[in-house]
Write a protein that binds this ligand. Sequence first.
Ligand SMILES: C[S@@+](CC[C@H](N)C(=O)[O-])C[C@H]1O[C@@H](n2cnc3c(N)ncnc32)[C@H](O)[C@@H]1O
Length: 258
Amino acid sequence: MFSCTGANETMKGKTNSYEFAKVYDQITEQSQDEWLFLIEKIARIEKNELLNVLDLGTGTGKMAIAFAELGCAVTGIDQSKEMLKVAREKSWMVPHIAWVGKKIEDFKPKTKFDLIVSIDVFNHFLEPKIMEKVCREARKHLNENGLLIFNIATQRHVQDMLDSLGYGDVVNSDTEFIWLDKLNGKDWSIKLKVLERMHGNLFKEKEYRVDQRVYELEEVKQILKKAGFKKIKIYGDRKLKEATLKNREWLFVCKSEP
Ligand SMILES: C[S@@+](CC[C@H](N)C(=O)[O-])C[C@H]1O[C@@H](n2cnc3c(N)ncnc32)[C@H](O)[C@@H]1O
């Protein structure tokens, strides 16, 4: 890591700022290929066609664009206009994508989907009731054999992050970041500091905060049952192996019924 010599300017940022959206892809793992591979595999197992896809909390559109490039008709929804602006900029050449700027819990789609996917979003629902509402709505908007697939970071993941001193990386010669996790009961917040070179050795430090919630396995199972899902498979750590309490991440695959 380079050190920040010279003057620096500290700014409190918001995660709905365009500047945050622009660094988002750089600071998050570029794992959409891994997700795509896994989801396509699950879709084959579940005999799902993947023609119409809805991406909840699409962010900068990583998954949505990947599915559209496969030939699916995709709708990506996000409450952040700034994230969607980046998604639009990235996808102007990609056909069959509709971007919707709305809260997921307020979205009432007019069509049904073969796949409703949501990656790194469900921990953002600070109340179980909101997750239940989203899942209930999703179930109503799935075609026969349609799938709702979402991941959840576990308490184990947060604990690992807390046990380390912080997670960070050098993005390029002008940008580096560090993020620090905090857990209070089920309230999980991430403080993200981004250092951006202004010129020479002068850096601007921006701080962002993301509030999330930790969910227990049984809690999510109950939420899905209340939302009306009967066929639920839960995998752990991006492998097609049954979830355990040791996992750092769970993947929920919920199938609609005729
Ligand atoms: C960690 S990002 C994940 C983005 C994307 N799914 C990905 O894998 O890169 C979480 C996204 O969910 C969005 N989000 C969180 N809660 C939301 C809500 N209630 N309604 C709409 N968007 C939401 C945020 O704006 C953000 O873009």
